[in-house]
Each structure stands twice: as C-alpha cells, then as structure tokens.
Write a protein that binds this ligand. Structure first.
Ligand code: 13P
Length: 344
C-alpha cells in the first residue's frame, strides 16, 4: 500500500525547496515548557508576551531568507500576532520563509520501560493537520527521543513504538499535503561512546525506514532530521568534527534510501560552533546521495537569546547574532565554514 499520489509533485517540490542550496531550517518550535526553561536560564520572564516577542524578533531578522528556507513553529506561535498586530505567520511569509509546524504532543513515559519515552499526538492528527494547512503550514515535524546507555537502552520496544508513530504521522502528513520532517533524536546525555551512538543510530534508522515503507510513506516527499553521531556529553571522549562526519555518514549511508530528498540535522545540545563544525566536516566528505543541511534550534538561537535577554534595546544585536549563525551554517553546507568566521 502506498500513499495517495495526488499531492506528491507539490510535496516533492516543497521538500526540495526546504533543502535548496545554501539553506537550512530555523527551529523555533519549543513547547512552552522548554521555551520557558531556556528563558529562565537566560534571566528572561517566562510569559506569553516574551515568547511572542522572541519569535517575532527571529522572524523579522533582516536577510534571514538568504540562509534559511523555512521555520518550524509551535502551536502557540502559528496562532499568535506580534505586538504591532501582525500575525507571526505573516512575518514569516513576508520574509520569504516556508512555514512548518510541530505536531507531536511530546515525549511521554513509555509504560513498563523506565527511562524511555514514546512520542504522542496521533489522536486527532488528521484534523489538526488540515487546520494547520489552512493556517499556511507547508510542512510538519514530529520528534521521537531515544535515551542511550551502554547496554540496554534504547530497548526494542521503545524503537518499535516510536518508529511506528513516526511512520503513521508521516503518511498522515502526506495525505494532508504537508511534507513530514521525520525526527528520531538520539539523546546526547549520558556517558556512552561514539561507537555505541553509531550502533543505536543505525538500529533506530533501520526501524524508522522499515516502518515508513510498511506504512506506505513516499520517501521522495519527506525530510529526515537526525542527530549527528557523537560520544555522550557525560563521557570523557570528545570527537573531532572529522570523526563526527565519518561515523554519521557511515550510519546514514547504511540506512537512508537515496530517494529521500534531504537530511537536515538537529543540533541536540552541541555548542553553536560545534554544530557548525560537524556540519561543515560532513559536507567536506565528498558527494552523498542526499543534500545534508541543518534544522537547528539551540545552535541558531542560543547566542542571540543571551544577547537579547528580554530587552527591546538588544533587539538588533540579537538579530545580528542570529544572522551570524545562519551564515556560518550556510557556509558549512559547502565546507566553507571555519574558525575565521567566528572571529569577525
Ligand atoms: P536543537 O537543534 O536545539 O536540537 O533543536 C532542533 C529541534 O527541532 C528539536 O526538536
């Protein structure tokens, strides 16, 4: 069984536009809880107005669309208007950015599997996708999360449950005329080795593509958003960008069909510079079956958020910082990123 093909040419063209040369995605789809935690650590008030102002600041960064093809919004944001009354979707549209929407309802504890989660949100998803499409969304995102330890995690149950949910989400998106971003994130916390991360990433991606095929997803009309393959943050090992590139590409080549139009990495808690360096090394590693780009949240936003600190007077400096990271990551798509870009 395959998906209805009526929407396919449009979806394929849109997926390609998302990974068009020199561009990536800006993820600003943090749930209110996650956004508030990040605001709290930057000393910013955790209010609906501050979340609105931060997202409006990002969306109106001058020149953003030179490096960014689209933005991923959260439910609150896609319905929100800026302080001057303009809908935030209008800001994105005027900036020439494709609009995406996070549609999962979060990672919830997986019964009988301590320490693991399954991402929920399938109930009512068909109707929600229709409504987001009516609000201007052209693509969607669903994030599954996998905790890693040295032996047991992730369990086969956790991999199977999340892979099936990702596949069911993906076909519902394609049916509704939205390009699905399929995001299986291998968490960076923990003391695991890079080799363990590689094994886990490979097992997860095998299962995800197995389920996508089983459920009839059109591989040509989706984007994969994986994590880079690296040692856990609590391990003493630190991988070079070249090591990250080698392990990540080996894993992707073994698991991701060439029909997939693009791979757009999450940053996952790497520093902004590390994420750019990893992406750069990946793109310096010779020709691959797919364009390899970015769909970063923290690695695009974090330096700018510290500068903004919730103060209107810092708005332009914060936009400069966002644009700087966008330029660095755009350069990384051609292997042109380097330390010299960080000193100007
Ligand atoms: P990070 O780049 O901060 O990992 O966020 C990307 C994202 O969309 C997480 O779901």
């Amino acid at each position: 069984m395959t998906t209805d093909t009526t929407n396919l040419p449009v979806l394929i063209a849109r997926a390609r536009a998302m990974v068009t040369t020199g561009k990536g995605l800006l993820a600003i789809d943090e749930s209110n809880g996650t956004c508030n935690r990040r605001f709290a650590s930057a000393g910013i008030a955790q209010t609906i107005e501050m979340r609105r102002d931060w997202r409006a600041l990002l969306l109106s960064t001058p020149g953003l669309s030179r490096c960014i093809s689209g933005v991923i919004l959260y439910d609150e944001t896609i319905r929100q208007t800026a302080a001057d009354g303009q809908p935030l979707t209008q800001l994105a549209h005027d900036a020439g950015l494709l609009i995406g929407i996070k549609v999962d309802t979060g990672a919830k504890p997986l019964a009988a599997h301590p320490g693991e989660t399954v991402t929920e949100g399938l109930d009512g998803l068909r109707e929600r996708l229709q409504s987001y499409s009516g609000m201007g969304a052209g693509f969607a995102k669903w994030r599954a999360v996998f905790a890693v330890d040295d032996r047991h995690l992730p369990t086969r149950a956790c991999i199977a449950a999340n892979a099936q949910a990702l596949a069911r989400y993906a076909v519902l998106c394609q049916e509704a005329g939205l390009v699905p971003i399929v995001e299986p994130e291998i968490l960076m916390d923990g003391p695991h080795t890079q080799a363990r991360c590689e094994d886990v990433t490979e097992a997860v991606l095998h299962s995800v593509f197995d389920q996508l095929v089983l459920h009839g997803a059109a591989l040509e009309a989706l984007i994969l958003k994986p994590s880079m393959v690296l040692a856990g943050q609590a391990s003493t090992a630190r991988n070079t960008a070249a090591e990250v590139a080698e392990a990540t590409l080996q894993c992707l080549r073994r698991t991701v069909p060439a029909a997939v139009p693009g791979i757009m990495f999450l940053s996952g808690g790497q520093s902004a510079e590390q994420a750019s360096a990893g992406l750069n090394a990946i793109n310096l590693s010779g020709e691959q079956p797919w364009p390899l780009s970015f769909s970063f949240g923290r690695a695009l936003q974090y330096p700018a958020l510290q500068i903004w600190a919730g103060q209107a007077a810092n708005r332009i400096a914060a936009q400069d910082a966002v644009m700087h990271r966008a330029r660095c990551n755009s350069a990384a798509l051609t292997g042109a990123y380097g330390a010299a870009m960080e000193t100007v």
